[in-house]
Design a protein around this ligand. Structure first.
Ligand code: 4AD
Ligand code: MG
Length: 477
C-alpha cells in the first residue's frame, strides 16, 4: 500500500518537526538544492531541500522538470522567504524520471497553442491545473445550486432525432458505410434502414426533453455534452461543449431572468470562496501578461476585482429594441466603426454585445424581447406580433453566456410558428402534446459551461478551459 500526505492538507496545518511523505511532480528547481513540488491537490507547492551530502548529483539530475517523485523527510520551518515550511529530504523515490533534453515542455513560458498541442502534459503547468480545479468547482456548484433549491437533474439524450435550435448545425449519427449508404426509390439516403430506423444526430440542446421533465417534476436541469457543427473558429466556440439547462414550470420570462442572474452570481461567489488560491494565481498571471501591453489593451479590472464587481452589481436589463437604439446612437456606430450592420431585425454580433457590456453599461447586461425571426420556433410570441420572450445574458470579454426564453405554451400559436418556419408537426408530435395535455407557462435557459469557466478563470480562449477541445480540424486525444 502506498501512503502519502497531500500537499494541500499538509499546508493547512503543517506538522512541523514530524516526518512526512509527499508525492508529486517537480514544478521547478531553485538552484540544484531546492525542488518545488506540486501534487495537483491545490495550487500550493512544497519546497523540498535536497542536500548534496545525502543525494549524489546523478540522482538530482534525473529529477528534472515535471519528473514524478516521492519524498520522505522532516517538515521544518523554512529558512528562506516565499514559503513557511519545507521538507528536508531523507529519502527520494523516483517514480518517473524526466529527461529534459527529450521532454516536449521546457521550464520556461510556453505559448497556449504549444501547450494545447501537448495536451498530455499541459495539466502539469500551474495555469492549467488551476483552470481545471476551478472548472471542477463550478461543475460542483452547478449541481449544488439546483439540488439545494429542489431541482431535479435530468439526463437528456445525447443521440436524438431533433434539431432543437433549428439551426441545422448537427453531427450525423449513422452506422451506414459512407461509401455505399442504402438509398430509397427517389435515390435519397434511406435512413429507415439505419440503426435507429430514422436520421439521428448528436444533440444541440437538451431543452425540448427538459420541458417534458419540467411539466411533471416542476423544476429540472440538464448538464451534459452538447454538439454543434458550426464552422466557427473563434475563441468562444467549441464543437463539443457542456451546457446547463434549467427548465421550470409556472415561470415566465421575468422568473427566467431572475434565475439566470442569481445562478451565475452563485457560481462566481462559490469560486471566490472555495477556489481563492487558484483565482489569485490566475489573476497574477493575467496581470503579468498585461505588463507590456498598451493601457487600452489591458482589462479595466483584475480578475478577482471583476468577479467581485459582477456579483455585487445588478445586471442591466434592456429590450432588444432599446439595445439597438443605444448602439445606433453610439459614437462607434456613427463613425462607422462596427463591422456588421445594425438594423431592426438583425442579430446582435459579438462586437455589439461587447459594446453594450464593456462601453455602455460597464456591467453584465440581459437583453430581452428579440425579433422572432432570428430566434427559435419554441419561444413565446409577444403581443406586439414582432418579438418573442427571449433573453440573452451578456458578459464582459465573452459576450453571450446564457440564452433562454419563455416557451410558447399555446398550442395554436406554436403550431402556426412551426408551419411558418417549415418544421414538420409530425416530427414533434410529442412536443405539441405537452401543450394539448396539461401544459402551463414555463421557461428556461442554457448556460454555456465553458463560457462561464472562461469568464471565471480569465482565460482568453475557450479551448483552454476544456480538457480536450473539439473544434474545426481539432480532435486530438
Ligand atoms: O443560445 P443557445 O443556442 O440556446 C439553446 O440552446 C437553448 N435551447 C437553451 C435553453 O433555453 N434551454 O445556447 C445556450 C448557450 C449560449 O448562450 C452559449 O453560452 C453556449 O450555450 N454555446 C456555446 N458554447 C460554446 N461553444 C458553442 N459552439 C456554443 N454554442 C452555444
Ligand atoms: Mg443563443
Amino acid at each position: 500500500m502506498i501512503e502519502r500526505q497531500e500537499i494541500r492538507t499538509l499546508l493547512q496545518d503543517p506538522p512541523v518537526g514530524e516526518e512526512v511523505t509527499v508525492m508529486g511532480w517537480v514544478r521547478a528547481w531553485r538552484g540544484n538544492r531546492f525542488m518545488v513540488l506540486n501534487d495537483g491537490s491545490g495550487p500550493e507547492t512544497l519546497q523540498v531541500v535536497v542536500n548534496g551530502d545525502t543525494f549524489d548529483e546523478e540522482t538530482v539530475r534525473a529529477i528534472g522538470f515535471h519528473a514524478c517523485v516521492g519524498v520522505t523527510g522532516t517538515l521544518a520551518e523554512s529558512q528562506g522567504s516565499g514559503q513557511a515550511v519545507e521538507v528536508i529530504a531523507e529519502r527520494i523515490e523516483i517514480f518517473g524520471a524526466n529527461d529534459l533534453s527529450q521532454y516536449p515542455l521546457q521550464p520556461k513560458k510556453q505559448s497556449m497553442e504549444f501547450l494545447r498541442d501537448n495536451g498530455q502534459f499541459r495539466m502539469r503547468t500551474s495555469t492549467f491545473s488551476s483552470v481545471f480545479r476551478v472548472r471542477h468547482g463550478i461543475a460542483y456548484a452547478v449541481n449544488k445550486y439546483f439540488h439545494d433549491r429542489g431541482y431535479y437533474y435530468l439526463h437528456t439524450p445525447i443521440i436524438t432525432g431533433n434539431d432543437a435550435e433549428g439551426a441545422g448545425e448537427m453531427f450525423r449519427v449513422s452506422v451506414f458505410d459512407p461509401e455505399q449508404p442504402p438509398r430509397n426509390e427517389e435515390g435519397a439516403i434511406d435512413y429507415r434502414q439505419d440503426f435507429f430506423g430514422k436520421a439521428t444526430n448528436l444533440t444541440v440542446s437538451g431543452q425540448l426533453q427538459a420541458e417534458i421533465g419540467a411539466l411533471a417534476l416542476g423544476k429540472v436541469y440538464t448538464f451534459g455534452p452538447t454538439f454543434r457543427a458550426e464552422n466557427s473558429n473563434t475563441s468562444r466556440h467549441l464543437a463539443e461543449f457542456w451546457m446547463i439547462e434549467p427548465e421550470i414550470a409556472f415561470a415566465d420570462i421575468e422568473n427566467d431572468m431572475d434565475l439566470a442572474e442569481d445562478f451565475v452570481k452563485y457560481l462566481i461567489n462559490y469560486c471566490l470562496e472555495h477556489y481563492r488560491g487558484d483565482l489569485e494565481f490566475l489573476d497574477a498571471r493575467i496581470k503579468d501578461a498585461e505588463k507590456n501591453m498598451k493601457a487600452a489593451d489591458r482589462r479595466p479590472m483584475g480578475l478577482i476585482e471583476m468577479l467581485e464587481f459582477v456579483v455585487q452589481n445588478d445586471f442591466a436589463r434592456v429590450t432588444y429594441t432599446e439595445a439597438l437604439d443605444i448602439l445606433m446612437r453610439s459614437k462607434t456606430y456613427k463613425k462607422g466603426k462596427f463591422e456588421f450592420p445594425l438594423e431592426w431585425g438583425t442579430d446582435l454580433q459579438a462586437e455589439h454585445e461587447r459594446y453594450l457590456v464593456e462601453k455602455h453599461f460597464e456591467k453584465p447586461v440581459i437583453v430581452r424581447d428579440y425579433p422572432k425571426d432570428i430566434k427559435a420556433f419554441y419561444m413565446r410570441q409577444n403581443d406586439d406580433g414582432k418579438t418573442v420572450a427571449a433573453m440573452d445574458v451578456l458578459f464582459p470579454y465573452i459576450g453571450e453566456v446564457i440564452g433562454g426564453s419563455q416557451r410558447e405554451e399555446r398550442e395554436d400559436k406554436l403550431r402556426q410558428r412551426m408551419q411558418e418556419m417549415g418544421i414538420h408537426a409530425e416530427e414533434l408530435d410529442w412536443y405539441l402534446q405537452l401543450r394539448t395535455f396539461g401544459g402551463c407557462p414555463h421557461a428556461g435557459f442554457g448556460l454555456g459551461f465553458e463560457r462561464i469557466v472562461q469568464f471565471i478563470t480569465g482565460m482568453g480562449n475557450i479551448r483552454d478551459v476544456i480538457p480536450f477541445p473539439r473544434a474545426p480540424r481539432l480532435a486530438q486525444f
